[in-house]
Design a protein around this ligand. Structure first.
Ligand code: FAD
Length: 496
């Protein structure tokens, strides 16, 4: 298709639709017309509440003031996820956005820490992580330091429905046209199969050159119209259901998400400024709705403020995320359970990728292929990271955990586990959004212990090494004096 792209039509106005609209318009300005169609009668999923740090870049690029954003979305700060009962019942660990330790030489910090630990150092890896130290104290503050030892990456918890509304306002101000209506028919070019127009129930016809399918799990354009197949990953990740509910919040606001494993699934707790978001994720193969409901409710400390909502899903992805002149973004392109809060990030990453490869002179198959290959690896590495949490467990209290431990896993993940178990190193993948520090924390937290560390860690005399590590641990604590209780930080920051 070699005609220039002058008009982009976005079908659907959930988080995906409005993130796509706002960024496309911001980057390409008046060169393209952007029209978004959504239906209030159909509504949105709107349960996504936890994010990862790159969302800051997204907001900054759009020129969003952080304070406005937090106020408008009831947002709070997220430094980590606390995984409770995942390895064994009764134990927990943090996956923080920070990087434990500091640069010590040839190899990564964990090798020096492993050697020192074997020689009697009594400190966990997390004692060297500022994000963790703040999570432990329930504190946060913004740090103005160029010293990488004080890096404290953070993300947000927020109400994604409010975020969508916020982005809608911004997009419309920037010139995005919003059309309310139900998409009834989709017109295609007989010869090429490309989509040419969306026809709404009231007869309105919306023509476009490039179509972005953000219609959620309905996937009206990519799957229903173009027939792109869905790759099912439920053999790796059997969860297919979630029950979500909001509760009152009386406790202080934790700067982290809680992920609490049950005997047959797991439950999230996400603190917003005015309430908690909660939900249980489970597989019908192991637990029915009534059991899941009971488990969810038994684990709520405060009163529910809305009805429990059931959401069914199918873990996997479309075999192509760009096909002909349609790009699927958001739930229309696939779903991974919210264990590592990655869906909103996948939307961001897809929009950025589309923009990098934007086919303003016409669509080329080579560009489509590159887009699809990068998206595939990105999805698969997140999938593998999620599988890691389930697979490396020592729980014996249900068939669910035993089966997750015994199942075969993707070979790329098996390689990563093997390399870490042997030599304490990570195998990197390009397009993996999770850094070494993330894999390290989850591998250690789930109970993997490397047999060996790198020989470079043997070079410093042990007393010097112990001393250096003690100094790093002390240095990491320095900013703590300037931290505020998370609630206090929000109060001061948002009233300034
Ligand atoms: P939707 O929100 O479903 O939007 C679809 C849009 O398409 C709507 O505007 C709808 O009106 C429109 N539409 C559909 N059909 C038509 C039609 N015929 N005509 C007109 N319009 C139509 N993500 C995170 O990052 N962090 C989390 O913590 C997190 N938690 C989650 C928990 C659960 C249980 C689930 C299911 C998801 C979670 N997610 C999370 C994912 C996140 O909520 C979604 O990725 C995100 O909301 C994107 O949804 P969407 O915009 O693709 O689809």
């Amino acid at each position: 298709m070699h005609h220039p792209i002058k008009k982009v039509v976005i079908a659907g106005g959930g988080t995906a639709g409005w993130m796509a609209a706002s960024l496309l318009k911001k980057v390409l300005g008046a060169q393209i017309e952007v029209e978004l169609v959504e239906s209030e009668d159909i509504g949105i999923v709107g349960v996504g509440e936890a994010t990862i740090p790159p969302i800051q870049t997204f907001n900054q690029f759009l020129g969003i003031d952080e304070k406005d954003f937090l106020r408008e979305t009831n947002g709070t700060i997220k430094l980590a996820i606390k995984f409770e009962n995942w390895r064994v019942d009764g134990e927990s660990y943090f996956h923080t956005f920070g990087a434990p330790g500091a640069n010590m030489g040839f190899c990564n910090f964990q090798h020096y820490w492993m050697r020192a630990s074997q020689q009697g150092l009594n400190k966990s890896l997390w004692d060297f992580d500022l994000n963790y130290l703040c999570c432990k104290d329930g504190t946060f503050n913004k740090i103005n330091s160029q010293n990488p030892i004080f890096d404290m990456p953070y993300a947000y918890h927020f109400d994604s429905a409010l975020y969508g509304r916020f982005l809608r306002k911004l997009s419309e101000q920037a010139g995005v046209k919003r059309t309310e209506g139900i998409i009834d028919k989709i017109q295609q070019c007989e010869k090429s199969g490309h989509i040419t127009a969306l026809k709404l129930k009231d007869g309105t016809e919306i023509l476009g050159d490039l179509f972005v399918d953000c219609t959620g799990t309905r996937a009206l354009l990519m799957q229903k119209t173009l027939g792109v197949k869905y790759e099912d990953w439920s053999h790796y990740l059997p969860a297919d259901s979630a029950l979500a509910v909001q509760t009152e919040r009386h406790e202080t606001t934790a700067p982290y998400t809680r992920s609490i494993a049950h005997d047959k699934g797991w439950q999230w707790r996400i603190p917003l400024t005015h309430r908690n978001g909660n939900g249980i994720v489970f597989s019908q193969q192991y637990m029915n709705d009534d059991d899941a409901h009971q488990r969810l409710v038994n684990n709520l400390d405060t009163k529910m403020v809305n009805d429990v909502r059931k959401i069914s899903f199918n873990t996997g992805r479309t075999t192509e995320q760009w096909h002909k002149n349609v790009v699927a973004i958001g739930l229309s392109s696939g779903f991974l359970e919210p264990l590592e809060s990655t869906s909103i990030h996948l939307i961001q990453s897809a929009v950025v990728r589309l923009l990098k490869l934007f086919p303003h002179q016409g669509i080329e198959q080579s560009v489509i292929d590159l887009y699809n290959e990068e998206s595939k690896v990105e999805y698969e590495t997140i999938r593998d990271f999620i599988i890691l949490h389930y697979h490396v467990n020592e729980r014996t209290d249900s068939d669910f955990w035993i089966n997750m431990r015994e199942m075969s896993i993707p070979s790329r993940l098996q390689n990563k586990i093997d390399v870490f178990s042997q030599v304490g190193n990570m195998l990197n993948d390009q397009h993996d959004i999770f850094r070494d520090a993330s894999w390290l924390q989850v591998m250690l937290g789930q109970g993997l212990t490397p047999k060996d560390y790198h020989p470079a860690a043997n070079v410093p005399p042990i007393d010097q090494l112990q001393q250096a590590l003690e100094q790093i641990a002390e240095a990491k604590k320095q900013p703590l004096a300037k931290m505020l209780a998370h609630d206090e930080f929000l109060k001061h920051y948002l009233s300034a």
